[in-house]
Design a binder for this molecule. Sequence first.
Ligand SMILES: [Zn+2]
Length: 131
Amino acid sequence: MRVFRCNACGRNLETKAPSCPECGCGDINEFVIRIELCHPAVRHPLSVHKTMVLGRNNFRLYGEEYGFVSEEQFRLVKAEGGWEIEGIAAKNPTIMNGTDITGQGPVPLPDNAVITVGPFKVNVKYVEAKV
Ligand SMILES: [Zn+2]
């Protein structure tokens, strides 16, 4: 997922453009969005910048109950339109914002979503990085 923003007026652009349609400024910054999975117990949360499967081993640092997370729990998908999450059919459900998304295929993963896996509730945080 990529985001373009005019450095002069702050307007977000859907696609890369040589100049801002709002103010005509040619100073367009490009950002990529990565995801952090925040949790009160974790100072350095998992950071994801590409499509990947997360599971038990990734949650070791979130607490001793990581054993209740499935080996392969969910997939974070970096799609053209934005981030998505796919709950992998496993022993344990993957809950997003209160809905069980296990086996539903990829669904949009918005900023500030709450993912519940096993005993953990993690907060999704979009983080912009300038390209
Ligand atoms: Zn502008």
